[in-house]
Ligand binder design. Sequence first.
Ligand SMILES: N[C@@H](CCC(=O)N[C@@H](CS)C(=O)NCC(=O)O)C(=O)O
Length: 287
Amino acid sequence: MGFKNLDWRSVEIPRIPPKPDLMPLTGGYRRTPVMQFGADIFCDSQGIMRELERRYPEPTFFPGDTDGLGWGISRWTDGPLFTTMIKLVLSATADSIPEDFARDRSRLYLGENVDLHAVARDIPHLISQVRAQFSWINQRLETGRPFILGDKPGLPDAFCYYLVWFLRGRWRGGPGFLSEFPALEAWEIRVRDIGHGSSTGMPSTEALEIAKDASPEFQQDIDSTDPLGLSGGQLVGVTPDEDGGDPVVSGSLHILNRDSIAVLREDPQVGQVCVHFPRVGYRILVS
Ligand SMILES: N[C@@H](CCC(=O)N[C@@H](CS)C(=O)NCC(=O)O)C(=O)O
Protein backbone atom coordinates (compact mmCIF):
# COMPACT_ATOMS: atom_id res chain seq x y z
CA MET A 1 0.00 0.00 0.00
CA GLY A 2 2.89 2.30 0.81
CA PHE A 3 4.74 1.62 -2.50
CA LYS A 4 1.66 2.72 -4.37
CA ASN A 5 0.79 5.46 -1.88
CA LEU A 6 -2.79 4.30 -1.45
CA ASP A 7 -5.61 5.38 0.83
CA TRP A 8 -7.29 2.33 2.26
CA ARG A 9 -9.47 1.08 5.09
CA SER A 10 -8.08 -1.43 7.53
CA VAL A 11 -10.14 -4.15 9.20
CA GLU A 12 -8.63 -6.19 12.01
CA ILE A 13 -9.65 -9.83 12.24
CA PRO A 14 -9.15 -12.34 15.09
CA ARG A 15 -5.75 -14.02 15.18
CA ILE A 16 -7.21 -17.51 15.33
CA PRO A 17 -10.54 -18.96 14.16
CA PRO A 18 -13.42 -18.46 14.55
CA LYS A 19 -13.38 -15.37 12.33
CA PRO A 20 -17.13 -14.80 12.00
CA ASP A 21 -16.96 -11.58 9.98
CA LEU A 22 -14.33 -12.91 7.57
CA MET A 23 -16.01 -16.20 6.64
CA PRO A 24 -19.02 -14.66 4.83
CA LEU A 25 -16.55 -12.82 2.58
CA THR A 26 -14.05 -15.59 1.86
CA GLY A 27 -16.24 -18.69 2.18
CA GLY A 28 -13.75 -20.38 4.50
CA TYR A 29 -10.30 -18.97 3.67
CA ARG A 30 -8.98 -18.01 7.11
CA ARG A 31 -5.50 -16.63 6.50
CA THR A 32 -4.29 -13.08 6.75
CA PRO A 33 -4.22 -10.79 4.76
CA VAL A 34 -7.18 -10.55 2.40
CA MET A 35 -8.21 -7.51 0.36
CA GLN A 36 -11.74 -6.43 -0.50
CA PHE A 37 -12.99 -4.24 -3.32
CA GLY A 38 -16.78 -4.20 -2.97
CA ALA A 39 -17.92 -7.79 -3.59
CA ASP A 40 -14.51 -8.98 -4.84
CA ILE A 41 -12.27 -10.58 -2.25
CA PHE A 42 -8.59 -11.23 -2.97
CA CYS A 43 -6.88 -13.91 -0.89
CA ASP A 44 -3.13 -14.23 -0.27
CA SER A 45 -0.52 -11.47 -0.53
CA GLN A 46 0.46 -12.81 -3.97
CA GLY A 47 -3.11 -12.31 -5.26
CA ILE A 48 -3.41 -8.97 -3.47
CA MET A 49 -0.24 -7.56 -5.03
CA ARG A 50 -1.17 -8.78 -8.50
CA GLU A 51 -4.50 -6.97 -8.23
CA LEU A 52 -2.90 -3.82 -6.83
CA GLU A 53 -0.49 -3.75 -9.79
CA ARG A 54 -3.41 -4.13 -12.22
CA ARG A 55 -5.45 -1.34 -10.63
CA TYR A 56 -2.59 1.02 -9.80
CA PRO A 57 0.19 0.32 -12.32
CA GLU A 58 2.33 3.30 -11.24
CA PRO A 59 4.68 3.19 -9.50
CA THR A 60 5.19 -0.36 -10.63
CA PHE A 61 6.17 -3.30 -8.43
CA PHE A 62 8.49 -4.28 -11.34
CA PRO A 63 10.90 -1.37 -11.83
CA GLY A 64 13.62 -1.66 -14.48
CA ASP A 65 11.81 -4.29 -16.59
CA THR A 66 12.01 -6.91 -13.87
CA ASP A 67 8.60 -8.45 -14.64
CA GLY A 68 8.41 -12.05 -13.54
CA LEU A 69 11.49 -11.96 -11.33
CA GLY A 70 9.64 -10.77 -8.20
CA TRP A 71 7.12 -13.61 -8.42
CA GLY A 72 9.95 -16.13 -8.66
CA ILE A 73 11.63 -14.65 -5.61
CA SER A 74 8.31 -14.81 -3.75
CA ARG A 75 8.23 -18.60 -4.14
CA TRP A 76 11.48 -18.73 -2.16
CA THR A 77 10.60 -16.09 0.47
CA ASP A 78 7.00 -17.29 0.98
CA GLY A 79 7.92 -20.95 0.62
CA PRO A 80 10.97 -22.74 2.03
CA LEU A 81 12.50 -19.69 3.72
CA PHE A 82 9.25 -18.76 5.48
CA THR A 83 8.66 -22.36 6.61
CA THR A 84 12.14 -22.59 8.12
CA MET A 85 11.61 -19.28 9.91
CA ILE A 86 8.24 -20.39 11.24
CA LYS A 87 9.86 -23.51 12.69
CA LEU A 88 12.53 -21.40 14.31
CA VAL A 89 10.27 -18.69 15.75
CA LEU A 90 7.40 -20.96 16.84
CA SER A 91 9.66 -23.45 18.57
CA ALA A 92 11.81 -20.74 20.18
CA THR A 93 8.71 -19.00 21.58
CA ALA A 94 6.60 -22.10 22.34
CA ASP A 95 6.62 -21.48 26.10
CA SER A 96 5.81 -17.79 25.94
CA ILE A 97 2.96 -17.59 23.42
CA PRO A 98 -0.67 -18.54 24.21
CA GLU A 99 -1.22 -22.27 23.94
CA ASP A 100 -4.18 -22.06 21.53
CA PHE A 101 -2.19 -19.76 19.24
CA ALA A 102 0.83 -22.10 19.28
CA ARG A 103 -1.40 -25.10 18.54
CA ASP A 104 -3.18 -23.33 15.69
CA ARG A 105 -0.03 -22.06 13.98
CA SER A 106 1.99 -25.25 14.39
CA ARG A 107 -0.86 -27.25 12.86
CA LEU A 108 -1.20 -24.73 10.03
CA TYR A 109 2.49 -24.58 9.12
CA LEU A 110 4.11 -27.72 10.49
CA GLY A 111 1.30 -30.28 10.39
CA GLU A 112 -0.92 -32.05 12.91
CA ASN A 113 0.62 -33.16 16.26
CA VAL A 114 3.97 -31.48 15.86
CA ASP A 115 5.93 -31.34 19.11
CA LEU A 116 7.38 -27.82 19.23
CA HIS A 117 9.80 -28.83 21.99
CA ALA A 118 11.25 -31.50 19.70
CA VAL A 119 11.52 -28.92 16.90
CA ALA A 120 13.30 -26.60 19.37
CA ARG A 121 16.20 -29.08 19.61
CA ASP A 122 16.89 -28.21 15.99
CA ILE A 123 17.13 -24.45 16.58
CA PRO A 124 20.90 -24.16 15.91
CA HIS A 125 20.42 -25.91 12.57
CA LEU A 126 17.39 -23.75 11.73
CA ILE A 127 19.35 -20.58 12.52
CA SER A 128 22.16 -21.75 10.27
CA GLN A 129 19.70 -22.17 7.40
CA VAL A 130 18.10 -18.76 7.85
CA ARG A 131 21.50 -17.14 8.36
CA ALA A 132 22.85 -18.28 5.00
CA GLN A 133 19.69 -17.16 3.20
CA PHE A 134 19.61 -13.76 4.89
CA SER A 135 23.25 -13.32 3.93
CA TRP A 136 22.17 -13.63 0.26
CA ILE A 137 19.80 -10.69 0.73
CA ASN A 138 22.57 -8.81 2.52
CA GLN A 139 25.04 -9.54 -0.29
CA ARG A 140 22.59 -8.20 -2.84
CA LEU A 141 22.24 -4.99 -0.81
CA GLU A 142 26.00 -4.70 -0.24
CA THR A 143 26.32 -3.90 -3.96
CA GLY A 144 25.33 -0.36 -2.94
CA ARG A 145 21.91 -0.12 -4.59
CA PRO A 146 19.22 1.01 -2.15
CA PHE A 147 16.68 -1.70 -2.99
CA ILE A 148 16.82 -5.34 -4.00
CA LEU A 149 16.11 -4.73 -7.67
CA GLY A 150 18.20 -1.55 -7.86
CA ASP A 151 17.34 2.11 -7.45
CA LYS A 152 13.62 1.71 -6.94
CA PRO A 153 11.63 -0.44 -4.54
CA GLY A 154 9.75 -3.40 -5.97
CA LEU A 155 8.01 -6.66 -5.17
CA PRO A 156 11.07 -8.46 -3.67
CA ASP A 157 11.51 -5.67 -1.11
CA ALA A 158 8.00 -6.33 0.20
CA PHE A 159 8.45 -10.09 0.22
CA CYS A 160 11.81 -9.90 2.04
CA TYR A 161 10.83 -7.07 4.39
CA TYR A 162 8.03 -8.92 6.13
CA LEU A 163 10.43 -11.76 6.96
CA VAL A 164 12.89 -9.34 8.54
CA TRP A 165 10.02 -7.65 10.43
CA PHE A 166 8.90 -11.06 11.67
CA LEU A 167 12.35 -12.14 12.90
CA ARG A 168 13.07 -8.83 14.57
CA GLY A 169 9.74 -8.53 16.34
CA ARG A 170 8.71 -12.09 17.11
CA TRP A 171 11.95 -13.77 18.20
CA ARG A 172 14.05 -12.62 21.14
CA GLY A 173 17.21 -13.53 19.24
CA GLY A 174 16.08 -11.57 16.16
CA PRO A 175 17.82 -8.20 16.73
CA GLY A 176 21.15 -9.89 17.56
CA PHE A 177 20.83 -12.19 14.54
CA LEU A 178 20.08 -9.31 12.18
CA SER A 179 22.97 -7.18 13.47
CA GLU A 180 25.30 -9.44 11.47
CA PHE A 181 23.85 -7.89 8.30
CA PRO A 182 24.45 -4.11 8.20
CA ALA A 183 23.45 -3.60 4.56
CA LEU A 184 20.22 -5.46 5.22
CA GLU A 185 19.54 -3.38 8.34
CA ALA A 186 20.07 -0.12 6.43
CA TRP A 187 17.69 -1.35 3.70
CA GLU A 188 15.18 -2.39 6.39
CA ILE A 189 14.93 1.26 7.50
CA ARG A 190 14.48 2.45 3.90
CA VAL A 191 11.65 0.00 3.32
CA ARG A 192 10.05 0.79 6.69
CA ASP A 193 10.09 4.47 5.74
CA ILE A 194 7.99 3.77 2.64
CA GLY A 195 5.18 3.17 5.12
CA HIS A 196 1.74 1.78 4.48
CA GLY A 197 -0.01 4.58 2.59
CA SER A 198 -2.85 6.14 4.49
CA SER A 199 -5.16 3.75 6.31
CA THR A 200 -8.22 4.32 8.46
CA GLY A 201 -9.71 1.68 10.70
CA MET A 202 -13.10 0.21 9.84
CA PRO A 203 -15.36 -2.17 11.81
CA SER A 204 -15.56 -5.65 10.29
CA THR A 205 -19.35 -5.37 10.07
CA GLU A 206 -18.94 -2.45 7.66
CA ALA A 207 -16.87 -4.67 5.35
CA LEU A 208 -19.86 -7.04 5.24
CA GLU A 209 -22.22 -4.13 4.42
CA ILE A 210 -19.94 -2.97 1.61
CA ALA A 211 -19.92 -6.44 0.06
CA LYS A 212 -23.69 -6.71 0.39
CA ASP A 213 -24.26 -3.41 -1.39
CA ALA A 214 -21.89 -4.26 -4.26
CA SER A 215 -21.75 -6.78 -7.10
CA PRO A 216 -18.64 -8.61 -8.33
CA GLU A 217 -16.81 -6.54 -10.95
CA PHE A 218 -15.37 -9.27 -13.12
CA GLN A 219 -16.89 -11.04 -16.14
CA GLN A 220 -16.53 -14.79 -16.45
CA ASP A 221 -13.17 -15.54 -18.09
CA ILE A 222 -11.93 -19.12 -18.47
CA ASP A 223 -8.74 -20.14 -20.28
CA SER A 224 -9.83 -22.85 -22.70
CA THR A 225 -6.26 -24.13 -22.93
CA ASP A 226 -5.92 -24.61 -19.18
CA PRO A 227 -4.46 -28.05 -18.32
CA LEU A 228 -7.34 -28.81 -15.94
CA GLY A 229 -9.91 -28.46 -18.74
CA LEU A 230 -12.56 -26.84 -16.54
CA SER A 231 -15.63 -24.87 -17.64
CA GLY A 232 -17.10 -21.63 -16.39
CA GLY A 233 -19.86 -22.14 -13.86
CA GLN A 234 -18.56 -25.56 -12.81
CA LEU A 235 -18.68 -26.22 -9.05
CA VAL A 236 -15.11 -26.33 -7.70
CA GLY A 237 -13.23 -26.04 -4.42
CA VAL A 238 -10.04 -24.05 -3.86
CA THR A 239 -7.56 -24.53 -1.03
CA PRO A 240 -3.91 -23.74 -0.23
CA ASP A 241 -1.75 -26.49 -1.69
CA GLU A 242 -0.08 -27.41 1.62
CA ASP A 243 -1.07 -29.73 4.38
CA GLY A 244 -2.24 -27.09 6.84
CA GLY A 245 -5.80 -28.30 7.28
CA ASP A 246 -7.08 -25.16 5.55
CA PRO A 247 -10.77 -25.24 4.64
CA VAL A 248 -11.83 -25.59 1.00
CA VAL A 249 -13.63 -22.59 -0.51
CA SER A 250 -16.43 -23.78 -2.80
CA GLY A 251 -18.12 -21.88 -5.57
CA SER A 252 -18.80 -21.74 -9.27
CA LEU A 253 -15.71 -21.25 -11.39
CA HIS A 254 -15.61 -17.67 -12.68
CA ILE A 255 -12.00 -16.86 -13.60
CA LEU A 256 -9.26 -19.32 -14.53
CA ASN A 257 -5.96 -18.35 -16.09
CA ARG A 258 -2.24 -19.00 -15.60
CA ASP A 259 -2.01 -16.80 -12.53
CA SER A 260 -5.48 -16.59 -10.99
CA ILE A 261 -8.56 -18.51 -9.97
CA ALA A 262 -11.84 -16.96 -8.84
CA VAL A 263 -15.10 -18.52 -7.73
CA LEU A 264 -18.53 -16.95 -7.31
CA ARG A 265 -20.40 -17.85 -4.17
CA GLU A 266 -23.60 -16.84 -2.44
CA ASP A 267 -23.72 -16.04 1.22
CA PRO A 268 -26.82 -15.18 3.26
CA GLN A 269 -25.05 -12.21 4.89
CA VAL A 270 -23.34 -10.62 1.89
CA GLY A 271 -25.13 -11.97 -1.20
CA GLN A 272 -22.96 -12.83 -4.19
CA VAL A 273 -19.21 -12.42 -3.80
CA CYS A 274 -16.28 -13.36 -6.03
CA VAL A 275 -13.31 -14.88 -4.17
CA HIS A 276 -9.97 -14.61 -5.98
CA PHE A 277 -6.86 -16.74 -5.35
CA PRO A 278 -3.42 -16.97 -6.91
CA ARG A 279 -2.92 -20.05 -9.03
CA VAL A 280 0.52 -20.95 -7.71
CA GLY A 281 0.27 -22.43 -4.24
CA TYR A 282 -3.44 -23.24 -4.57
CA ARG A 283 -5.17 -26.42 -5.66
CA ILE A 284 -8.49 -26.69 -7.44
CA LEU A 285 -10.67 -29.62 -6.36
CA VAL A 286 -13.46 -30.99 -8.53
CA SER A 287 -15.99 -33.37 -7.01
N1 LIG B 1 0.65 -17.36 1.32
C1 LIG B 1 -0.14 -16.58 2.22
C2 LIG B 1 0.25 -16.89 3.63
C3 LIG B 1 -0.63 -16.22 4.59
C4 LIG B 1 -0.37 -16.62 6.00
O1 LIG B 1 0.01 -17.76 6.29
N2 LIG B 1 -0.60 -15.65 6.88
C5 LIG B 1 -0.52 -15.87 8.30
C6 LIG B 1 -0.30 -14.55 8.98
S1 LIG B 1 0.17 -14.83 10.64
C7 LIG B 1 -1.85 -16.46 8.73
O2 LIG B 1 -2.81 -16.33 8.04
N3 LIG B 1 -1.93 -17.12 9.82
C8 LIG B 1 -3.19 -17.68 10.23
C9 LIG B 1 -4.26 -16.69 10.53
O3 LIG B 1 -4.03 -15.45 10.49
O4 LIG B 1 -5.35 -17.14 10.84
C10 LIG B 1 0.06 -15.09 1.92
O5 LIG B 1 1.12 -14.72 1.44
O6 LIG B 1 -0.87 -14.30 2.11
